[in-house]
Structure formats: structure tokens, C-alpha cells
Design a protein around this ligand. Structure first.
Ligand code: AMP
Length: 189
């Protein structure tokens, strides 16, 4: 099982990724999590990635692609994987296609949809509660913009391949999880 999970920042991708991956017994691979671990560990990759992340911009494709290539080569990704937050650019789609040219293509691209103004309001509130001083309104808005400009066009690419499963990402976490499983089942069936 090879699944891609897409959706704007704050739509709950990380939470759903873990539930879906757990259900299928595959690893949830989050590029955001890998970058954050590298930032925390002050690795070379982390130092390089942090300035982009802090500004709400994407880390350059060459860096991100190389990192994903390494991760997908790990033995636990052999039976399948769920990609959370990758690919995010058209260049990343091409690179991923090359990585998966082994006869096991992607089974489904789950797209969580959500209203961006509502997400911005939620993310601002979270930044305030958790005291994330660097999550300013400007950066939060920039992340949504970058998603719309660079990542939303990928939906059409995958839709052209008949892979897109669009899910309303608003509402209770469990309700969204149910919608995802129902849609994946009817897609498979
Ligand atoms: P996330 O937790 O998935 O929202 O990712 C946090 C940050 O990591 C993003 O805002 C980007 O700066 C960076 N990042 C994560 N995934 C990618 C990717 N596929 N391409 C470029 N940058 C990424």
C-alpha cells in the first residue's frame, strides 16, 4: 500500500497520517517531522532547512528529494508507506515517480480539504496558546499561500491519474478518519 496524504497546513494531516498508516501496518513518513528532528538535533540538514521553515517557505527540492529517497530505501518502507507532506511541488512529483518506477505505483492520493481562512484563525489561536512566538500571522498566511501556489496544482496531476480521494477535513478527528477509510474502501472496491 502506497498512499500520499495532502492538504493545507493545519488541516490535520499528521494526526490522520498516523491513524491510516497504523491501520495498514505501514510507516507514516512525514518530511516535516524529519526536518524538525534535524533542526532539533542541529544537524547540517537541520541548519539548512530551518531558515526556509521559519519563513513559511519550502525547503529546496534537491534537499527534500534526497532526504525522501534515503528514507524510502529503509527496509520498513518495503511493504508500503504513507507520505505525509511529500510531494509538495511538481518537481517532487517527478522525482517520486522515478523513485517508484519499480512497478508499485501509488495506490491513492488522499486530499484533505479545508477553508484556508478558518485554518489561519485556528493556527493563530494555537500559536498564541502554545506561545509559538515565531508563528506570526505573516508566516502562517505565507504557508497557506505557498500551499495554494505550489502544492494545490498537484491535485490535478494526480486526478489525471485517477488517484485522488478528496475528503472534507473539517470537523471531529474521528469523523474525518471515518470519511477517509470509507473513501479508500470504495476506491479499492
Ligand atoms: P509540515 O509539518 O509538513 O507542514 O512541514 C513543515 C515545514 O517543513 C514546511 O513548512 C516546509 O518548510 C518543510 N517541508 C516539509 N515537507 C516539505 C516538502 N515536501 N518540500 C519542501 N519543504 C517541506
Amino acid at each position: 500500500m502506497r498512499i500520499i496524504l495532502m492538504g493545507p497546513p493545519g488541516a490535520g494531516k499528521g494526526t490522520q497520517a498516523k491513524v491510516i498508516a497504523n491501520h495498514f501496518g505501514i510507516p507514516a513518513i512525514s518530511t516535516g517531522d524529519i526536518f524538525r528532528a534535524n533542526v532539533a538535533g542541529k544537524t547540517e540538514l537541520g541548519v539548512e532547512a530551518q531558515r526556509y521553515m521559519d519563513a513559511g517557505e519550502y525547503v529546496p527540492d534537491e534537499i527534500t528529494n534526497a532526504m525522501v529517497r534515503d528514507r524510502l530505501a529503509q527496509p520498513d518502507a518495503e511493504p508500503g508507506f504513507l507520505l505525509d507532506g511529500y510531494p509538495r511541488t511538481l518537481a517532487q512529483v517527478e522525482e517520486l515517480d522515478g523513485m517508484l518506477a519499480d512497478g508499485h505505483p501509488v495506490n491513492a492520493v488522499v486530499v484533505l480539504t479545508a477553508d484556508s481562512e478558518e485554518l489561519i484563525a485556528r493556527l493563530l489561536q494555537r500559536a498564541q496558546i502554545e506561545g509559538r512566538a515565531d508563528d506570526t500571522e505573516e508566516v502562517i498566511r505565507r504557508r497557506q499561500e505557498v500551499y495554494t501556489e505550489q502544492t494545490a496544482p498537484l491535485i490535478e496531476v494526480y486526478a489525471g491519474r485517477g488517484l485522488v480521494v478528496e475528503i472534507d477535513g473539517m470537523g471531529e478527528i474521528d469523523a474525518v478518519t471515518h470519511r477517509i477509510f470509507d473513501a479508500l474502501e470504495s476506491q479499492a472496491g
